[in-house]
Structures are given as structure tokens and as C-alpha cells.
Design a protein around this ligand. Sequence first.
Ligand code: NAD
Ligand code: TYD
Length: 352
Amino acid sequence: MKNKILITGGAGFIGSHVVRRFVTNYPHYEIVNLDKLTYAGNLANLKDIEDRPNYRFIKADITDPIEINELFLKEEFDAVIHLAAESHVDRSITDPTAFVMTNVIGTVNLLNAAKECWKGSYAGRRFYHVSTDEVYGSLGETGLFTESTVYDPHSPYSASKASSDHFVRAYHDTYGLDSVISNCSNNYGSHHFPEKLIPLAINNIKNNKPVPIYGKGENVRDWLWVEDHARAIDVIFHQAKSGETYNIGGHNEWKNIDLIKLLCSIMDLKLGRGSGDSEKLITYVKDRAGHDLRYAIDSTKLQENLNWVPSLQFEEGLAKTVDWYLENEEWLNDVTTGQYQNYYAGQYITLD
Ligand code: NAD
Ligand code: TYD
């Protein structure tokens, strides 16, 4: 059952943790990692497992239907765990079409290929779509996203992910495709590309550069350690019923400004700086357009049905994450040279 698994986006942040977990924990599975290797994809993320006999990498673009169909017919995958995506909200504001192409068209290409290849015979086959809590839109001061919260995306990124979720459900309802979807809150941990808040702040604090905070830093996110997300994906992949959706979250809400202050205090200790030194780097910048105020997940269904709970306290996870970035300077330098500099230069407008 489900022995040959295609994982898309496996060279990215979360995908690399999922690939590592499956390759390590299931030596009898054949894991094929398909990734286009965009700016966010990095095979160095998988150096430690790249020689395992049950792992293979294929460079391919999910927006190319011919390439994807041929691959499915040739390889006859038993299951797909789909993570490949354009994933950064700020980039989606600058170039929404790229998000439609990869997140919507790319997902539909994979669904078509799976449908054609499996021809309605779904025993032991599964299409797992990895999605985000951002499809639900923004919460006010109270409340939590549940699996029945109505979709209300605001950014081009979340609109593209919402659309892809709808297509996965449509293929389940129309063609009977065995599918599951999970919607997870913000992840943090090792191998996270430093365009996102936590790794960007770690990199800037380390280099004594300003740490940009959008608006007043009042926006709230619910942070989950990436390895807890990978474990949730494992559990849902193996145990959820076809057609089900699961929310995944850390019960760990932080205002951006409070999170960055905590990070600054951890880094003061790790870098041997005086208490309060790194906080001086905090710089308020022009707010993100359409910035969602608050995300928070109710993951009761996952906890009660599949017995999953987050394993790490945030302070511990954040300290582990800082250690990883400080110990992996070469990784950080490699991904922050070249194009990253151009992206960064165009991204932030400091407030007076
Ligand atoms: P990421 O940007 O780090 O990685 C995305 C990967 O997809 C990269 O390796 C990239 O090369 C690959 N990719 C992009 N376009 C492709 C294409 N056209 N064809 C093939 N590969 C392509 O993203 P991430 O943060 O690891 O997110 C992975 C998935 O999890 C996404 O679907 C995202 O929506 C979802 N998600 C992310 C978070 C989070 O906090 N990062 C939270 C919930 C859900
Ligand atoms: P991000 O890591 O981009 O994740 P998402 O937008 O998917 O939640 O941003 C997390 C929060 O941090 C979000 O409220 C935007 C904010 N933010 C900043 O204040 N400064 C930054 O430089 C970035 C990248 C994000």
C-alpha cells in the first residue's frame, strides 16, 4: 500500500522536512522528490539523506502538463504529497500571476495526471494536498479557524491556495479521487528561507542589520515547529479518511513585535551581546498591503481523531532554530547572496 510516493516541493523548507521524515522512517517506501528548484528550492537541504537507496530527486516544473503526465505514466506513483508552491505573501503582491501558475495550474496538472494514471482505481492510492490556514482570511481579536470556517482569502498567495484546495475537493467529489487536505499555521525551524519573518530576523540580528517590522507589529501568527508539521502530515497521510480536511496549529499565538523581542533576547545570549542590544535593531517599516491581522488554529479534530499534539514549547523551538542558523553559516550565506540582495533592496520602506 502507498509504497511509491511522489513528494512535490521537497527541496523547500517544509518539503525537505517531510522528505527526510519519510525517507528515514519508511525505508520500504520509495520516495521521489520533484522540485523545480526555484529561488526557494535548495538541494543542500537534503544533503544528509540524498544517498539513501529509497530516495530519488527529479527536477521538473508542475506548471508543465506534458512533463507531469509523462512522469506519472512512467513512474506509476501510489501517492502524492503535494507541497510545491510559491509561498511568500510579499512576492504574491508583486507578481500574482506566478502564484496562479504554480499554485493553481500546477496543482490541477498534478490532479489530472493522478486521475489519468490511476483511472478511478484508488485502493492504496492517495493525493495529499498541503495547504495553509491563510485561506480562511483574518480573525479579529478572538476566535479560531476550524475545518468548517468559510474561506475568505485576502492576498494573492492565499487566494491561489484557496483555489487549489477547491480543485482538490472538486476532483474528490467529481471523479472520486482519494484526497486529503491539511491547512497549517505558520511554521518555523531549520532550512527556512530568510525572506520569511523568523529566519530574516535571525539573519539581520546576526549581521547587526535593521529588523523590519510591518506597521506596528500588532499582527498575530500561530507558530508551529516544522518537524511537528511534518509529523502531522505523516499521521494524516496514513490515517485520514478520503475527502477529509485537518487543521494543524501550535496553539501558540504571538504578536510579531513580542516574537521579535523574544528572538532578540535569545540572540543576545547566544551572541554574547548585552541584554537589549539586539532590540535596538527593530525598525518599523511600511505595512504590507492587505495585511491579515490574526491567524489562529483550532486543531482539536487532529488531536482527538489522530492523537497528534505539538511536541515543543516555542521558546525551546526558537532557541533550537537560532542554534541551527548560527551553526549553518554557509547555508545562510549561500541563500542570501545574488538574487536575494535584489529582492531585499526592493522590499522595505522605512517609516520616519
Ligand atoms: P518553500 O517556498 O520553502 O518551498 C516551495 C518549494 O516548491 C521549493 O522547493 C520550490 O523550488 C518548489 N516549487 C516552486 N514552484 C515549483 C514548480 N512550478 N514546480 C515544482 N516545484 C516548485 O515553501 P514552504 O514554506 O516549504 O511551503 C510548502 C507548502 O506548505 C506550500 O504549499 C505552502 O503553501 C504550505 N504551507 C506553508 C506554511 C509555512 O509557514 N511556510 C504554512 C502552511 C502551509
Ligand atoms: P511571514 O513570515 O511572511 O508569513 P505570513 O505572511 O505567511 O504569515 O510573515 C509573518 C508575519 O510577520 C506577518 O504578519 C508579516 C510580518 N513580517 C514583518 O513584520 N516583517 C517582515 O520583514 C516579514 C517578512 C514579515
